[in-house]
Design a protein around this ligand. Structure first.
Ligand SMILES: [Zn+2]
Length: 256
């Protein structure tokens, strides 16, 4: 999609970055991203993707805004309490950038919906805190040749990675890296262990960077992506590291 004068002004500060061209901005405008979860990760993720000019964004969440969300879910205000999260978040993002297409789905992602939405070329940002949904996203992304950008945060810690196992046979999938996670009881939820708001801000913003990188593949004007790597963040002492991760030949999702 060709850029208008307004677009050149809106995206001026990212277009003058070294190595970034108008073609990259046009590619962002043509990109389709599904954001699963309009919570602590989904809020900064959605807003930065909209601000950066990702052209087609779908946000899905079946929840309503609660008072306990407001320490971290920065696309909601106190007078949004009780409103559906996805359409409320989408309305906020449209105010930032009315020139892109944002679709809200106030429902939970299930197998039927995932099979309809998750298609080849789509970038799926997993910003949910539900293990079952995460495993479902991984399965459908692998089967339908979509890219999965995974982020997780609880307490003062976060993780981030990308999986392209359906597109690249050397890429691990989520299950390769977390083979033992199979039910909700194995992963802490914010409602049980707590979360400091800026930790979801850090990880959600890093997810936005990673989604933008994936939108522009195979070009890498913003540097290399996180496929085959896992980034770990520890907020207590501001420690961040990236480790290499490998595909498992015996993975039940992407192996053999
Ligand atoms: Zn795998």
């Amino acid at each position: 999609m060709a850029l208008h004068d307004d677009d050149l002004a809106r995206y001026a500060r990212q277009l003058i970055l070294s190595g970034v061209s108008e073609e990259h901005q046009e590619k962002l405008a043509d990109s389709a991203v599904l954001v699963v979860g309009a919570g602590g990760l989904g809020a900064p993720l959605l807003l930065y993707l909209a601000a950066a000019g990702v052209g087609h964004i779908t946000i899905i969440d079946g929840d309503q805004v609660e008072m306990t969300n407001l320490n971290r879910q920065v696309c909601f205000a106190t007078d949004d309490l009780g409103k559906p999260k996805a359409s409320t978040a989408a309305a906020f993002a449209r105010r930032i950038n009315p020139s892109i297409e944002i679709t809200a789905c106030d429902d939970w992602l299930d197998d039927k919906l995932a099979d309809q939405i998750i298609s080849s070329g789509l970038i799926v940002a997993d910003a949910t805190d539900r293990v079952e949904t995460r495993l479902m996203i991984n399965r459908f992304c692998h089967q339908n040749k979509a890219t999965m950008v995974f982020g997780g945060a609880s307490r003062m810690e976060g993780q981030l990675s990308s999986f392209r196992s359906g597109l690249d046979e050397t890429s691990p999938c989520f299950t390769c890296i977390f083979p033992d996670i199979s039910s909700a009881s194995q992963l802490p939820r914010c409602s049980e262990v707590g979360i400091l708001g800026p930790v979801t801000g850090v990880i959600g913003s890093l997810m936005a960077m990673e989604v933008i990188r994936q939108c522009l593949m195979p070009d890498q004007p913003f540097g290399s992506d996180l496929c085959g790597k896992l980034m770990l963040y520890e907020g207590k002492d501001h420690f961040m590291q990236t480790i290499n991760v490998k595909k498992r030949p015996d993975c039940p999702i992407c192996g053999g």
